[in-house]
Design a protein around this ligand. Structure first.
Ligand code: DX5
Ligand code: ZN
Length: 236
């Protein structure tokens, strides 16, 4: 834990760290005991659960889908956010919504009709998020920003857990934070990929208010609670 010169300084740091949300990504969890791992994350103060859906086309990997969301829905009170790394997300929005996703995050890349997709998510009564890959500039968000609840800046190339945080994305996180603040939007800024004790404070300082963390929570030598506490301390 850090030392603060005054109580006021400590209180400010505490409120900043509390306003940052942690979203453990189950991609790195032990799937033979997924319910237990999610329960451990919930007990340790996770703010939401991040579920990575991959189709082997949009990204070079396959992961999980609707049945996993459906299984998790009754075992946690936490919001479930579903990160769709798939071609034709429109085809699956209704199924993920019905399975119990609270937020549906779709990518800007490869979607010629993103506005339609975002409004379809809203029509389904869900929160809508837009994700951008490391090579995609912040500027593409200008028109869609007022319509989304969340922007997800990928801090690795999507497709795999356990990758190294890409440093150059920090500049983009700052740019997106500025775009949100200038427009006075009530939009969350989430980062995803390579988030650990070293990179979490840097991402938070750049303006992220939601941190997705897979390996650093579930694939850690510590248990889930200790791993989450260390992550929280890193941004305190
Ligand atoms: C990557 C996924 C991430 C992944 C992050 O494509 O979107 O959510 O689970 O894993 P870590 O935290 O291990 O980089
Ligand atoms: Zn993700």
């Amino acid at each position: 834990m850090k030392e603060y010169a005054t109580n006021k300084e400590a209180a400010v740091a505490d409120s900043v760290s509390r306003s940052i949300k942690l979203a453990p990504s189950i991609l790195a969890a032990d799937f033979t005991r997924l319910g237990e791992q999610v329960a451990a994350a919930e007990a340790a103060g996770a703010d939401r659960i991040h579920i990575d859906v991959m189709d082997g086309h949009f990204v070079p990997n396959i992961s999980i889908g609707v049945p996993v969301v459906k299984s998790l829905r009754p075992v946690t009170k936490l919001p479930l956010e579903t990160h769709l790394m798939i071609d034709n997300p429109d085809q699956f929005l209704e199924a993920f919504a019905a399975a119990g996703s609270d937020t549906l995050i779709v990518h800007w890349e490869n979607n010629a009709n993103l506005h339609r997709t975002i409004h379809e998510i809203r029509r389904l009564g869900k929160k809508a998020g837009v994700a951008i890959n490391p090579a995609t500039p912040a500027a593409v968000l200008a028109e869609i920003l007022p319509d989304v609840d969340l922007v997800l800046v990928m801090t690795v190339n999507p497709g795999f857990g356990g990758q190294k945080f890409i440093e150059s994305t920090l500049t983009k996180i700052r740019q997106v934070r500025q775009m949100i603040d200038e427009r006075k939007l009530n939009c969350e800024l989430e980062i995803d990929g390579g988030v650990d004790e070293a990179t979490a404070p840097r991402g938070a300082l750049a303006g992220a208010n939601v941190l997705v963390a897979g390996s650093s929570v579930f694939n850690n030598k510590d248990n889930v609670a200790a791993a989450m506490e260390r992550l929280r301390q890193s941004i305190a």
